[in-house]
Design a protein around this ligand. Sequence first.
Ligand SMILES: C[S@@+](CC[C@H](N)C(=O)[O-])C[C@H]1O[C@@H](n2cnc3c(N)ncnc32)[C@H](O)[C@@H]1O
Length: 342
Amino acid sequence: MTAEALGERLFGALIGALELCTVEVGRELGLYAALRDGPLTAAELAKAAGIDERYAREWLEQQAAAGFLTVSGTAFALVPGASDVLLDEGGPAYAGAAGQFAVGVALLTPRVIEAFRTGEGVPYSEYAHVRHGIAGFNRPMFDHLLTTTWIPAVPAIESALRSGGAVLDLGCGMGYSSVALALAYPAITVRGADLDEHSIVAAREVAAAAGVADRVSFTVADAASVDGDYDLITVFEALHDMGDPVGVLANARTLLRPGGSVLVADERVSDEFTAPAGEVERLQYAFSVLHCLPATRAENPVIANGTILRAPTLLGWARDAGFPAPEVLGIDNEFWRFYRLR
Ligand SMILES: C[S@@+](CC[C@H](N)C(=O)[O-])C[C@H]1O[C@@H](n2cnc3c(N)ncnc32)[C@H](O)[C@@H]1O
């Protein structure tokens, strides 16, 4: 990249970063929600959302300047279909969590800078916006792909779940994967486990709201020392965050019932370091610097991998944990690669 191209690239990135912060303003204050039913003037938006009119006008004009809203006279409206992207949490097109992510990592960046100096970590529990951002991004995949595409791609797992069984969801976060499994397979029980207490509190609420709290339970626990016995153990975008990933997989192996499997989904990055990298890997690397690596360093880790969990590394961990022939599954997904260990 030339110096001139670098300057242009940073300028474009600055526009994107600032616009993401304005998306978070709109999400948090319910401004997009107020626009759901039709165009509003600044005065109408201010009244509907309970905000100051002068700020409402500036935000509306900025959103229209960015191309996120249309304007006709003094009335501003969502572009057609925008409510699917900005408001329909859990819908297949939802991307409204992007602002939460950006603000969430920015808020903790001074702590990360200090951590670079000291070598210490920044606990996952302190990244409150990011916790919601992760759940907001991953929930559409759990609601729309997990039980319609991913599980059916492994017929043995699908048929085991159809007839019941026990599932352990390690690093379950806010519980959307655990709940999606329970909703699709009415005879199973699911236990979600996560180190982060805030996530577990939220996960219990998610399960109760979905009406599956009788079959889905959640525990604050380190995945390396959870107990029980299970037909399926899942780890969705969490193994790379865990401070003892080999210990986690070795523990999971001891918890599997005969015929059971561990299903891991983690980042779809290249097999070895390449630069410049593709867009997904660039996103994941930035997230690793600002969140995943500092969060794992706070676990007093055996291994602090960061977000970039390459397939050869994961397969090596699985073998070290006692799974002789871990498989990469042929499930197509832009962000994640899937592995079956048994
Ligand atoms: C990127 S989030 C993914 C959450 C969830 N699986 C999802 O896809 O929305 C990673 C999760 O791993 C959890 N985690 C990190 N280390 C852990 C450990 N040692 N044991 C259990 N959970 C852990 C974090 O608290 C966080 O909730």
